[in-house]
Design a protein around this ligand. Structure first.
Ligand code: NAD
Ligand code: DAU
Length: 378
């Protein structure tokens, strides 16, 4: 079946993996990457697909309602996969307004454009889908009731036998109340509420997913994993917030993209699915794995760079533990992560070490010239 799908935020970290997957897997679809190209958007993330006939890039702000509505009409769009957002918690603490504007008003503008366009068609909602990508952070923070770790309820491929522990007895399930703490997660929570309201009020065929921390290639180096890999490589200090005891639940980004593909096609309308691989790590343990992996791949002595660890003032309102229960997605749609964590981390470290030019372009700001060079002169 032919489809025309807008993927918002396709020039960002997760969005670029979703665009790549859809463009390569569905040559019969038209994939429109709608992105404003903020500091987090980098078209070089998609060099390998930009010449494909079923791919189109449109530079647009999701808050531009008229622009989005016109694009939907002109392109006869029947699906939206919405990833565009301001995504970094530390930035949200400094500048909450931008987060409310993009994450709340931007989502509302997309919802309204999709609703007005689709409801005026003879077939209305038939064959249409609005898929909103959200985060586990909307559920708030879990306690660290078992600091030494306990066996989690499920064994999946994402965690290896070596490190297969949970740091508490509670998990984020789809029926939990929202309790966001940071301006980022509050804005994401508000956007999730709007998406559900558009289903309940107008019948818009929506689906929402809440995923845990992603890692992998093309992540902007303000986030823990790429920032630290780059700092270790250049022997720069590693700023660990607080005591480094906070726990995050890590999922390889391509496994998230595969889940998005599955849920876009087979997920039930109006449902919520949590996505995660039961793969909890204390920050400090993860940081030691990163140091060992980088040192090993660069031929440095084991533990040589442990001295780069520098404890700094904690993040304000720092959530202690995130842990997703993805049982519903695993049971209802048969998804499971494909990679063991050790494999995923080694693959990721190798990618950043092998792609120093990508990293240098991002850290120097040169990546922002890519759009002018590749698209403006066409
Ligand atoms: P990112 O910051 O790497 O990319 C965001 C993209 O959105 C960029 O390309 C940026 O240019 C674009 N964008 C920002 N504002 C825009 C606007 N007003 N109009 C159009 N485009 C705009 O983000 P990411 O880490 O890839 O996250 C993508 C989505 O997934 C977000 O909605 C985020 O909340 C969610 N999420 C992220 C994670 C994670 O671990 N990174 C986990 C769960 C959910
Ligand atoms: O859980 C999903 C969320 O994961 C996504 O919704 C967000 O978009 C994404 O940014 C991520 O949020 P976190 O705040 O968990 O990710 P970050 O990489 O910023 O930090 C991971 C952990 O590492 C967190 O406990 C804070 C800590 N940290 C982070 C940085 C950047 C440090 O100790 N030092 C640092 O310099």
């Amino acid at each position: 079946m032919k489809r025309t799908i807008i993927i918002t935020g396709g020039a960002g970290f997760i969005g670029s993996h979703v665009v790549r997957l859809f463009v390569n897997k569905y040559p019969e679809y038209k994939i429109i990457n709608l992105d404003k190209l903020t500091y987090a958007g980098n078209l070089a993330n998609l060099k390998d697909v930009e010449g494909k006939p079923n791919y189109k890039f449109v530079k647009l702000d999701i808050c531009d309602f008229e622009g989005v509505y016109k694009l939907m009409q002109d392109e006869h769009v029947d699906g939206v996969i919405h990833l565009a957002a301001e995504s970094h918690v530390d930035r949200s603490i400094k500048d909450p307004f931008t987060f409310a504007q993009t994450n709340v008003m931007g989502t509302l503008s997309l919802l309204q454009a999709a609703k007005l366009y689709w409801e005026a068609l003879p077939e209305k909602w038939e064959g249409k889908r609005f898929y909103h990508i959200s985060t586990d952070e909307v559920y708030g923070a879990l306690e660290l009731t078992h600091p030494q770790g306990i066996e989690p309820p499920f064994s999946t491929k994402a965690s290896s036998g070596k490190h297969h522990l949970a740091y508490g007895d509670k998990f984020f399930t789809e029926d939990l109340k929202y309790l966001p703490h940071s301006p980022y997660s509050a804005a994401k929570a508000a956007s999730d509420h709007f998406v559900r309201a558009f289903h309940d009020t107008y019948g818009l065929p929506t689906v929402v997913t809440n995923c845990s921390n992603n890692y992998g290639p093309y992540q902007f180096p303000e986030k823990l994993i790429p920032l630290f890999i780059n700092n270790i490589r250049h022997k720069k200090p590693l700023p660990v917030y607080g005591k480094g005891e906070n726990v995050r639940d890590w999922l390889y980004v391509e496994d998230h993209a595969r889940a998005i593909d599955l849920i876009f096609h087979e997920g039930k309308v109006a449902e919520t699915y949590n996505i995660g691989g039961f793969n909890e790590w204390k920050n400090i343990d993860l940081i030691k794995v990163l140091i060992n992996t980088v040192d090993c791949l660069l031929g440095r002595a084991e533990g040589e760079d442990l001295s780069l660890i520098t404890y700094v003032t904690d993040r304000a309102g720092h959530d202690m533990r995130y842990a997703i229960d993805s049982t519903k997605l695993q049971k209802e749609l048969g998804w499971e992560p494909s990679l063991q964590f050790e494999e995923g981390i080694e693959k990721t470290v190798r990618w950043y070490l092998d792609n120093q030019e990508w990293m240098d372009n991002v850290t120097s700001g040169d990546y922002q010239k890519y759009y002018e060079e590749m698209y403006q002169r066409r």
